[in-house]
Design a protein around this ligand. Structure first.
Ligand code: UGA
Length: 438
């Protein structure tokens, strides 16, 4: 099949590359010339494990190309995916659909063949009908089908998520469009991946409901962690204890410094806005947003308390600044709140991150960047792990103890068993373990 992917951002690029690996003929349309030049030479402009190998293979085997011309790319396309960005709009948090609607207009002006137009960008309920209306208004005789096909991949494990999804969701209006979508995803049949066919509005809502539910799960366990800290109890065991109930499930129950990234913060906010707009308030998610925002700041207070109530004049080693491991993405990362608050309280910060430093430099002022955890710890008054990169999971804690001027070790991701920390002569501040801290 000939597939066109409009937008080679995160979702567009991963989807385009994976579709070409399925054996389809794929053209990714990208207007940013710098990005386009990189992609054409086989260079991946984002950090995503495994993507470089797939990109190179599919370019060299002739299934994947990149273009800046929408008009020439869409000729004879069986399917055209819209995967342009939908950032949160400044001021009201609603998803900014400018790029989506601009693309719809451009398609309306240039569409010449019968085709299926599929939205992969995360868009609020009602957007696909509006895309259809826009294309029809530009080109009343155009023959096309509209489909909503939300994406559920996670940064850092995007290839695996795309190739082995729990399900594929397609919102369609006709059996013909359903057939095209089933053909596109046919390579997943071997894994018996469920393909869920719905109407447009259901598919759009599934995407927001999934992200909001996961954000809620994380926020729930974070509040239980707070309770454990006051009452005694171990949040990791509580999470395991409830997660073994198959109605609840054990995933997304790791307590931490609050969720971040390009999706949960934006999509929860957009769902709240949609609820308000349609008179169906999403009160649970409103609370999730507020609790998660407050949590990032609470983490700075937690660090200050671990340092004896003041960080004035103290140097703090920070390990990990990206919103999660295996990405260079800093969007809405807890570190963006925690580090400035520590600096405002008088601390100096020495930080490291395996992939995030280039991006972080642009967003965090006054941080001294170093290459590794031991250099960060050298002479620091406290060490805090904000992001659970593998590089920070097997630290020589005795060496860390020798390098620090005190014994303050703060693990905001609960990656170290308390006994290991204590055996190294360190004190531990972690998340939701009321009985073990010492
Ligand atoms: C998320 C969803 O997991 C994907 O299914 C979805 O496709 C994607 O958003 C999207 O809408 O594009 P992503 O933002 O890449 O994926 O990252 P996650 O792995 O979901 O992590 C999000 C945040 O939650 C991170 O800050 C992470 O540290 C935090 N988290 C996650 C926890 O604090 N605890 C957990 O148990 C899990």
């Amino acid at each position: 099949m000939k597939i066109v992917m409009i937008g080679a951002g995160y979702v567009g690029l991963v989807s385009g590359v994976c579709f070409s690996d399925f054996g389809h003929q794929v053209i990714c349309v990208e207007k940013d010339q710098t990005k386009l030049a990189k992609l054409r030479s086989g260079e991946v402009p984002i950090f995503e494990p495994g993507l470089d190998i797939l990109l190179e293979r599919n370019i060299s085997e002739g299934r994947l190309e990149f273009s800046d011309s929408l008009a020439s790319s869409i000729v004879d396309a069986d399917a055209i995916f819209i995967a342009v960005g939908t950032p949160a709009r400044r001021g009201d948090g609603f998803a900014d659909l400018t790029y989506v609607y601009d693309t719809a207009r451009e398609l309306g002006e240039k569409l010449s063949t019968d085709t299926v137009i599929i939205t992969k960008s995360t868009v609020p309920v009602g957007t696909n009908r509006e895309i259809k209306r826009i294309i029809n208004s530009c080109s009343p005789s155009a023959a096309f089908e509209i489909v909503s096909n939300p994406e559920f991949l996670r940064e850092g494990s995007a290839i695996e998520d795309f190739m082995r999804p729990d399900r594929v969701v397609v919102g369609v209006e006709s059996p013909e469009a359903e057939d095209v979508m089933r053909n596109i995803y046919r390579p997943l049949n071997i894994r018996e991946t469920p393909v869920m066919v719905t109407d447009l509005e259901t598919a759009e809502t599934i995407k927001y409901a999934a992200n909001a539910f996961l954000a809620m799960k994380i926020t729930f366990i974070n509040e239980i962690a707070d309770l454990c800290e006051k009452t005694g109890g171990d949040v990791q065991q509580v999470a395991k204890g409830i997660g073994l109930d198959t109605r609840i499930g054990g995933k997304f129950l790791h307590a931490g410094p609050g969720y971040g990234g390009s999706c949960f913060p934006k999509d929860t906010l957009a769902l709240v806005q949609t609820g308000e707009r349609y008179g169906a308030p999403q009160r649970i998610i409103e609370t999730v947003v507020a609790v998660n925002d407050a949590r990032k700041s609470d983490m700075a207070d937690k660090i200050i308390m671990a340092c004896g109530g003041s960080v004035k004049g103290k140097r703090i080693a920070v390990l990990g600044v990206t919103f999660k491991p295996n990405t260079d993405d800093m969007r809405d990362a807890p570190s963006l709140v925690i580090i400035p608050e520590l600096i405002a309280a008088g601390a100096s910060i020495t930080a490291c991150d395996p992939e995030g430093v280039d991006e972080a430099r642009k967003l965090l002022n006054g941080v001294d960047w170093v290459d590794d955890a031991y250099t960060a710890a050298d002479g620091a008054d406290a060490l805090v792990i904000i992001t659970e990169w593998n590089a920070f999971r097997g630290l020589d804690l005795s060496r860390i103890k020798e390098l620090l001027t005190t014994s303050v070790f703060i693990d905001l991701r609960n990656i170290y068993p308390p006994k290991e920390v204590f055996d190294a002569g360190l004190t531990l501040t972690c998340i939701g373990k009321g009985t073990i801290e010492s």
